[in-house]
Design a protein around this ligand. Structure first.
Ligand SMILES: Cc1cc2nc3c(=O)[nH]c(=O)nc-3n(C[C@H](O)[C@H](O)[C@H](O)COP(=O)(O)OP(=O)(O)OC[C@H]3O[C@@H](n4cnc5c(N)ncnc54)[C@H](O)[C@@H]3O)c2cc1C
Length: 378
C-alpha cells in the first residue's frame, strides 16, 4: 500500500491534515467501539418509500467524536432476542451533538424492519461506539470519486456533508445508482450541496425511470462509457465505493478495465457474508511449546476461561457465558476489538481493524485464535 499522504503537495497536505485533525480530534468525546451507551431518538425522516433516517442524542448528551464513513453497532431486543447490526453514521462529524443512521427496509430483515416500525421520537436503543476504517481521513487526495448504490450512499454522504460543512470545497464527483429516481436517497440535499460547493458535482443513474417519465439523469447501470462521459479524469481520483456486493464487483471490474489504479480504490461492504478482500493473517510470535488448551483471563473483571486453540476467542467466551460486544463475527465490523495485554493470537480479519490499532495491541476476538495463554483488557 502507498503512504496515505502520497497525493499531496507538502504545504496543502499540512494544511489539510490540520483541518482534519483539529476537526475530528477535538469535536466531541471519544466513544470507544466496545462501549455501550443509550441513544434517544429525537427525529425520524422518511427519505424514500423504504428508507428512513433516525437521529439520536447520546445518553450523556455530549457530542460524539467520529470520522466520516464510520459506523455504529446498534443493539436492540427484537421479540425475545438481542440483535446487533452495523449502521453507518450518515450525519457528519461536524455536527457531533446528534448521530444519524439511514436505514433501508430489507424484506424479511429483523433489525431494519424493527427500526422502521418501532423507532419513534423519544424511544431509546443501545449502541456501541464508532468503528471502521472506510474514511478519507487516511487517504487525502486532491480529487475524489464517490460511487454508491442504494443505502450505500450513507458513508459517502457523511464525507460529503463534512467537506461542505468545513467549507473545504473539495473536488468531489458523486455518482449514485438507484432503481428509479424515487429511490434516490438524499437527492434534494445532494443538489443543494452541489449548489453550495462548486467543486462538488453529482450524477444519478437509474435502472428505470419509474414515475418520472421526464427523468433527465442517466438510465441503465453505471458503465465505463457513462463514467468517462461524466468524470473524464476518473483515473486521477481516489475512489470510495459502497453498495450491494454485485454493484461493487461491477464497479471494480469497470474501473480495472478503464485502467484505474487499484491502490486508489476503497470500498465498504454492507454485506458481511460477502466481506472484502481478506487481509493477511496477523500472527503474533508463536508460543515456544506446542499447546492445545489455553487460559484466557479478563483483567478488569478477574474472570477467566479455558479454550482450545482451534476456536476463536469470541466463540469460546460466549460458550463460557461471557458477553463481549460483537456483531459480524467475520472480522469486518470491528465491534469486538479488544486489547491483548499478554499473550499471542493468530488473527485473520477482513478489514475491521487498522494497522495502527494492531500495532497498539488490539485484536478482533471474532477472528483471533490463541497461540498462548491470554490476558485481555476486558
Ligand atoms: C459496516 C456496515 C455498515 C452498514 N450501514 C448500513 C446503512 O447505513 N444503512 C443500511 O440500511 N444498512 C447498513 N448496513 C446493513 C445492516 O447492518 C443490516 O445488514 C441490514 O439493515 C439488514 O439487517 P436486518 O436485521 O434487517 O436483516 P437480517 O435479519 O440480517 O436479514 C437480511 C436478509 O437475510 C434474510 N434472512 C434472515 N434470516 C434468514 C434465514 N434464517 N434464512 C434465509 N434468509 C434469511 C432476510 O430475509 C433478509 O433478506 C451496514 C452493514 C455494515 C456491515
Amino acid at each position: 500500500m502507498n503512504s496515505p499522504d502520497r497525493h499531496f503537495e507538502p504545504a496543502t497536505q499540512t494544511a489539510d491534515r490540520l483541518v482534519y485533525a483539529s476537526t475530528w480530534e477535538t469535536a466531541g468525546r471519544v466513544w470507544p467501539s466496545n462501549e455501550r451507551q443509550l441513544l434517544t431518538c429525537c427525529r425520524v425522516t422518511d427519505e424514500t418509500h423504504d428508507v428512513k433516517t433516525f437521529e439520536f442524542r447520546t445518553g450523556d448528551g455530549l457530542p460524539v467524536r467520529f470520522e466520516p464513513g464510520q459506523f455504529l453497532t446498534i443493539s436492540a431486543v427484537v421479540g425475545e432476542q438481542s440483535v446487533e447490526r452495523c449502521y453507518t453514521i450518515s450525519s457528519p462529524p461536524t455536527r457531533p451533538f446528534l448521530v444519524s443512521i439511514t436505514v433501508k427496509r430489507v424484506p424479511g430483515g429483523v433489525m431494519s424492519n424493527w427500526l422502521h416500525d418501532n423507532m419513534v421520537v423519544g424511544k431509546t436503543l443501545d449502541a456501541y461506539g464508532p468503528s471502521g476504517s472506510f474514511t478519507p481521513t487516511d487517504w487525502h487526495a486532491p480529487k475524489y470519486l464517490y460511487l454508491s448504490a442504494g443505502s450505500g450512499v450513507t458513508p459517502l454522504m457523511s464525507m460529503t456533508r463534512s467537506s461542505v460543512d468545513l467549507g473545504q470545497d473539495r473536488d468531489i464527483v458523486f455518482v449514485h445508482s438507484a432503481r428509479t429516481p424515487a429511490d434516490i436517497v438524499f437527492r434534494d440535499e445532494l443538489h443543494r450541496l452541489a449548489r453550495q460547493s462548486p467543486n462538488l458535482r453529482r450524477f444519478f443513474v437509474c435502472e428505470g425511470v419509474g414515475d418520472e417519465p421526464d427523468w433527465s439523469g442517466g438510465t441503465g447501470r453505471l458503465s465505463l462509457e457513462l463514467l468517462s462521459k461524466w468524470v473524464p479524469d476518473y483515473l486521477e481520483r481516489e475512489v470510495f465505493t459502497c453498495g450491494p456486493a454485485g454493484y461493487m464487483s461491477a464497479v471494480r471490474a469497470l474501473l480495472r478495465e478503464g485502467g484505474h489504479n487499484p491502490e486508489r480504490y476503497h470500498q465498504e461492504s454492507f454485506d458481511i457474508t460477502e466481506g472484502v478482500a481478506p487481509a493477511p493473517v496477523i500472527a503474533d510470535a508463536p508460543a515456544n511449546a506446542p499447546q492445545t488448551s489455553f487460559t484466557v483471563k479478563l483483567s478488569r473483571t478477574s474472570r477467566s476461561f479455558t479454550m482450545s486453540g482451534s476456536e476463536t476467542v469470541l466463540s469460546a467466551a460466549k460458550k463460557a457465558g461471557i458477553k463481549i460486544a460483537s456483531s459480524c463475527s467475520q472480522g469486518v465490523c470491528g465491534t469486538c476489538k479488544t486489547k491483548v495485554l499478554e499473550g499471542a493470537v493468530d488473527m485473520h480479519h477482513n478489514g475491521g481493524i487498522r494497522d495502527r490499532e494492531v500495532q497498539k495491541g488490539f485484536r478482533l476476538l471474532c477472528c483471533s485464535k490463541p497461540t498462548s495463554d491470554l490476558v485481555l483488557d476486558l
